[in-house]
Write a protein that binds this ligand. Structure first.
Ligand code: NAD
Ligand code: 6OD
Length: 484
């Protein structure tokens, strides 16, 4: 059976114990994950520190950029292996991994390779009262060793989204993927070795969070910074660990994202766009819309149309090209989502469709599927309207005015993403600007330009990554002031 090993200082190494990697489509064990010990996490950080002082220091920006393109080439050359690994670990349709996860894994390296070559730096000419002049200019240096902690929903996409800019800026990294999804990260380590990334520059440790590799890494005193994507409560724990060393942190956390649908929207485009926004990746995308507010005249028609789309989704095996919707990531996550379906009933929801588990009559009955679900009729204070469910489910409510829609959308402690659906161009801009979110789409969803800022307000995170924002997070800027 496959063993997913740690990659430390250029070598694949086993930890002291193993835990199973489970395929969410049928509950089968597809491999064993080798959990890194505290000593191994320390060794990974030491390897990264010494790599910073050795060959990696001599890598100029063009040389680093060329290496990042080679990593992207390496991912593309083993495209199908990555797709299979991602689908087996997460249960997501291979068609989805082929369209989004794996191409984005490569694109992240290419985007930051290109960006670092053209990244400008600030300079100011300062004129003093005595007529003399000082020249200020900033130089970019790496933070050092960056600790990277990532979740299970888009494993390769979210890992490479951080590894690529960190390496572009000259850092070395120690990455810990989710315990649920070790496979694509391990393949990425193989690519790093294949394309000649110097040893110690990229290290990978497997394990859990508390009292395991995650905590050992984030509490390590020699990190130059920590970047994390995951749940808001985990972010709080990592922040406590980082506080002692006053480490820079970048957090991309949870969301309870709203969509606002005006009666003047392009109806078909909106229903199709929001079907993706609610159900893509079985609702396990931090940007998914879990709250939809629809202008009252359109409400019944919209609910009926989304219901039809939800019922047309095909829950199936990841390898079946007709599958649109896979299982949830794990048994425990399925219990959580089904718990919310039950809670929604208790809170007085109307279950428009779904609300339970599907039955297949084959191995999928041992997997972690749930029915795509639409709720209506909840009050805005209901827990199902306030808390992140992270499943294929949304609540739809009517609104009567633009101001009311904005107030409803903003009534959350999160602030990650939002979408506005209207053909009224001025209203689209006006409403988008008033939404408290790190990213607001108008008439689209999950359309990503990698140069744009990405992050969230409130419980959804700290800081922004993307484009120059990533380069600035993964760099220490030193302003040099020269009196002329
Ligand atoms: P999670 O917070 O449970 O785990 C994420 C990672 O943190 C895993 O690698 C885990 O092992 C590690 N971890 C857990 N506790 C830790 C600790 N105390 N110290 C160090 N590491 C620790 O999140 P998840 O369940 O894997 O992912 C789902 C969550 O991630 C959802 O809330 C979702 O909204 C969020 N998410 C946010 C974004 C974003 O960009 N904002 C993207 C994807 C997912
Ligand atoms: O597309 C991205 O760059 C990104 N960070 C997506 C996050 C998705 C959350 O699940």
């Amino acid at each position: 059976m496959k063993v997913f090993q740690n990659y430390i200082d250029g070598h694949f190494v086993r930890g002291s114990r193993e835990f199973p990697d489970v395929n969410p489509a049928d509950g089968s064990v597809i491999g064993q994950v080798s959990e890194a010990t505290r000593d191994q996490v320390n060794a990974a950080v030491d390897a990264a520190r010494s790599a910073l002082k050795q060959e990696w220091r001599k890598y100029t920006v063009p040389k680093r950029a060329a290496l990042l393109h080679k990593i992207a080439d390496g991912i593309e050359a083993r495209f199908h292996e990555f797709v299979a690994a991602e689908a087996a670990d997460t249960g997501k349709p291979e068609s989805l991994a082929s369209r989004i996860d794996v191409p984005r894994g490569a694109a992240n390296f290419r985007a930051f390779a290109d960006l670092i070559k053209t990244a400008p730096l600030e300079s100011f000419r300062t004129e003093l009262a005595d007529g003399s002049v000082a020249l200020n200019y900033a130089v970019r240096k790496p933070l050092g060793v960056v600790g990277i902690i990532t979740p299970w929903n888009l494993p390769l996409l979210l890992l490479t989204w951080k590894v690529a800019p960190a390496l572009a800026c000259g850092n070395c990294v120690v990455a810990k993927p989710s315990e649920e999804t070790p496979a694509s990260a391990t393949l990425l380590a193989e690519i790093m070795a294949e394309v000649g990334v110097p040893r110690g520059v990229f290290n990978l440790v497997h394990g859990f969070g508390p009292d395991s590799a995650g905590e050992y890494l984030t509490s390590h005193p020699d990190l130059g910074g920590i970047t994390f994507t995951g749940e808001s409560t985990t972010g709080a724990a990592i922040m406590r660990a980082a506080a002692a060393g006053v480490k820079p942190v970048s957090f991309e956390l949870g969301g309870k994202n709203a969509a606002i649908v005006f009666a003047d929207c392009d109806f078909e485009e909106t229903v199709t766009g929001l079907t993706d926004a609610v159900f893509m990746n079985t609702g396990q995308v931090c940007l998914c819309a879990e709250r939809i507010y629809v202008e009252r005249p359109l409400f019944d028609r919209f609910v009926a149309a989304l219901k039809k789309k939800a019922e047309e989704l095909r829950l199936g095996w990841p390898s079946d090209q007709t599958t649109t919707t896979g299982p949830l990531i794990s048994r425990s996550h399925r219990e959580k989502v089904l718990g919310y379906y039950e809670l929604a009933r208790k809170e007085g929801a109307t279950i428009v469709t779904g609300g339970g588990t599907p039955h297949f009559g084959d191995g999928r009955d041992n997997g972690f599927y749930v029915e795509p679900t639409i709720l209506t009729g909840l009050t805005e204070s209901a827990r199902c309207v306030k808390e992140e469910l992270f499943g294929p489910v949304c609540h739809i409510a009517p609104f009567d005015s633009e101001d009311q829609a904005i107030a409803l959308a903003n009534d959350t402690k999160y602030g990650l993403a939002a979408s506005v659906w209207t053909n009224h161009i001025k209203r689209g801009h006006r409403v988008a600007e008033q939404l408290r979110a790190g990213i607001t789409w108008v008439n689209c969803w999950f359309l990503r330009d990698l140069r744009t800022p990405f992050g969230g307000a409130g419980l959804s995170g700290i800081g922004r990554e993307g484009g120059m924002h990533s380069l600035n997070f993964y760099s220490e800027l030193n302003n040099i002031c020269v009196k002329l």
